[in-house]
Design a protein around this ligand. Structure first.
Ligand code: GDG
Length: 480
């Protein structure tokens, strides 16, 4: 097993590629645009890495392949596995539970059984592909059992786990009938990474209470002598890449064309989100609609552009959410718009990255109001694209990004009046004020980009390995 394996294995629910069918009818793979791929790609290349994940769809006979030099190993999913592991336990149970129970999580024993069997398949594949003593980096809530399953199969490996979404307080996780199995699953890793320090603390506290292991600060001490560390690694974006794109002639021209097409209003408000009930889309549009109704500004002064990217469309909550939002948009436009001037320009679609950058450059007020969000990269992307140090960010306190972007107009998305005041302040802010805030946020994003995130996680994971190999006592209180 060890001789031919890879020194680094990335395990994530999805492969970092999308299947595209060309004009000739032939299907090819294209790298997905996300920041995660760009972050992990240099690490993959440096370590002879391989990426295991689901390529989407239900094709059963897929062979390993490479795209732009990245080695990819597809794991196929059956229709039942998609329904019960992905849409069911991952997105119908864990997603709402980990996001403050914004929607009611469903608990079904069949979903759990399939979650276990899919996790096992990922773990077995990782065990097969990893070289002796290799590093395996497992990602996100769909695969929380993989670390322990993998450790049982391959005790020689260094295993890291990173959770992209929040890890909630013990009081909420407690509801989960399989809470102990999930905690034990994660404890198979040497390093468990979270977006925020509070999430790491929630995890350590739960492990102490529910599994009964000894803990000290961010360390968990297992009965077999192993030590697991839980810590925060706030994820970020390719800030320089976004900035470069924002500066390009094409994006600059496109941003001007967008403003023109919207009728050159005084201010453009913008929201871009996956159509998800955690993102607070409905509440922000209501706040905007009320400001128009109150006469704070008119549809000639301001327009709200809301891009709602289709997401998880087969899950019932998501279908209902879409209906609710579209009803509200129709109402606001019907009551407050006039011919050629809708109050809200609503787009249920996804765009290429250049178009996103053009929208960010065209918008005066970016509105990001999730009820709960692990980080929220859209907020950071907006900041990276504001190359002229202008524009206002209205940001929910409950997005992980609020920890770093302190100069945003921070809002509680449950407080409708508070949200209206913040939108209005951002609308009215003087250029000097905008520039002071934006400069500070841009410094933060430039220094803490996605490369720094990936490097710090990998360094931490390998440092711990070094300590263990050299017999350092990890229980030494100096380290604690
Ligand atoms: C999860 C956590 C955490 C969106 N629409 C289009 C498009 N996007 C890109 C954005 C951004 C990404 O998708 C969305 O990331 P977010 O962080 O905003 O939100 P989630 O999808 O919920 O992500 C979140 C993240 O994982 C990373 O750890 O921050 O808290 O929930 O990069 O630009 N990209 C393109 N077209 C679109 O229409 N090309």
């Amino acid at each position: 097993m060890g001789d031919v394996g890879h020194d680094l294995v990335i395990v994530a629910n999805r492969l970092p590629v999308d299947r595209v069918v060309g004009a000739n009818g032939r299907a090819t793979w294209r790298r997905s645009p996300g920041g995660l791929v760009s972050a992990i790609e240099p690490v993959m290349r440096a370590h002879d890495g391989v990426w295991i994940g689901w390529p989407g769809g239900t094709s059963q006979r897929l062979k390993p392949f490479t795209v732009d030099g990245l080695s990819l190993v597809p794991l196929s999913m059956s229709e039942t596995e998609i329904e019960e592991h992905y849409e069911g336990f991952s997105n119908g149970t864990l997603w709402p539970l980990y996001h403050d129970v914004v929607a009611k999580p469903e608990f079904h024993r069949e979903w759990w059984d399939t979650y276990v069997s899919v996790n096992r398949r990922f773990a077995e594949e990782a065990a097969r592909l990893a070289a002796k003593g290799a590093t395996v980096w497992v990602h996100d809530y769909q695969l929380q059992l993989v670390p322990q399953m993998l450790r049982e199969l391959r005790p020689d490996l260094r295993i890291g786990f990173y959770l992209h979404i929040p890890f909630p307080p013990a009081e909420l996780v407690q509801q989960l009938p399989w809470r102990r199995q999930i905690l034990e699953g994660l404890l198979g890793a040497d390093l468990v990474g979270f977006q925020l320090p509070g999430a790491a603390q929630n995890f350590v506290r739960l492990v102490r209470q529910r599994v009964g292991h000894k803990t000290h600060r961010d360390h968990v001490y297992l009965p077999d002598g192993r030590t697991v560390r839980a810590a925060a690694f706030p994820i970020s974006i390719d800030a320089a890449g976004f900035e470069e794109m924002a500066r390009s002639e094409h994006v600059t021209e496109r941003a001007a064309a967008i403003r023109e097409a919207l009728g050159n209003p005084h201010k453009i408000f913008l929201g871009i989100d996956r159509l998800d009930y955690t993102k607070g889309i409905h509440a922000r549009l209501r706040a905007f609609g009320e400001l128009l109704r109150d006469g704070a500004f008119t549809v000639d002064d301001a327009v709200f552009v809301q891009v709602a990217v289709p997401s998880r469309e087969r899950v019932e909550h998501y279908r209902n959410l879409r209906d609710d939002i579209e009803l509200l948009v129709g109402r606001i436009n019907g009551d407050l718009g006039r011919i050629g001037r809708p109050a809200i320009s609503y787009l249920h679609t996804s765009y290429p990255r250049e178009e996103m950058a053009a929208l960010y450059r065209a918008a005066d007020v970016m509105v990001v109001t999730p009820y709960r969000d692990g980080m929220n990269l859209v907020a950071k992307e907006y900041v990276a694209c504001r190359i002229e140090d202008d524009g206002a960010l209205v940001l929910s306190e409950f997005a992980g990004a609020a920890d770093e972007l302190r100069q945003a107009w921070l809002v509680n998305p449950y407080d409708m009046n508070g949200m209206k005041s913040a939108l209005l302040e951002a609308y009215r802010a003087e250029p000097k004020e905008l520039s002071r805030r934006m400069k500070a946020m841009r410094r933060q994003i430039a220094q803490h980009d996605v490369k720094a995130w990936a490097d710090s996680f990998m360094t931490e994971l390998e440092d711990d390995a070094h300590d263990a190999a050299h017999g350092h006592n990890l229980r030494d209180p100096v380290r604690g």
